[in-house]
Design a binder for this molecule. Structure first.
Ligand code: SF4
Length: 139
């Protein structure tokens, strides 16, 4: 499992005391000092020890509808000549909100409501037409 040190630090405020430190101790950090790697079984053991459960993903049908909707909105934006991506500051704002959200899955950086992948060049944090699926939306 790969995440970033920044994401782990952001999780300190929403996870039990000692949880993030246990993950840091059980994994390793890349030479660039940005990414943290941990074996899935080690992460699962730490989660069990601290009683931290990831919210489950929605069903395949719901995820397929989310993905199809996102593709359609990107195609629509391109056809309309609208911006496809948000500025980096907006992506960072969305990420900060998600990282503190109880519906965010730390293990795979996905939203448990829509199942969407959030980071990356075409992740939901970066796409201009995407919205938080929470009611009310959190971003
Ligand atoms: S998109 Fe919304 S519901 Fe999903 S993790 Fe982010 S803030 Fe939470």
């Amino acid at each position: 499992m790969v995440t970033t040190l920044a994401a782990l630090e952001a999780a300190r405020g929403v996870r039990p005391a000692g949880y993030v430190d246990a993950i840091l101790a059980a994994g390793r950090v890349d030479a660039d000092g940005v990414r943290h790697h941990i074996r899935a079984e080690d992460l699962a053991a730490i989660r069990a020890r601290f009683g931290v459960a990831e919210p489950p993903l929605p069903g395949l049908g719901a995820m397929a509808r989310s993905a199809a909707g996102a593709v359609g909105r990107v195609v629509g934006a391109v056809a309309a000549g609208a911006a496809v991506l948000v500025p980096a500051e907006e992506a960072a704002r969305r990420e900060a909100i998600c990282r503190k959200c109880d519906r965010f899955r730390v293990s795979d950086a996905r939203c448990s409501l829509c199942g969407c992948v959030m980071p990356g060049a075409i992740g939901k944090w970066h796409l201009a037409a995407e919205r938080c699926p929470h009611t009310p939306p959190r971003w």
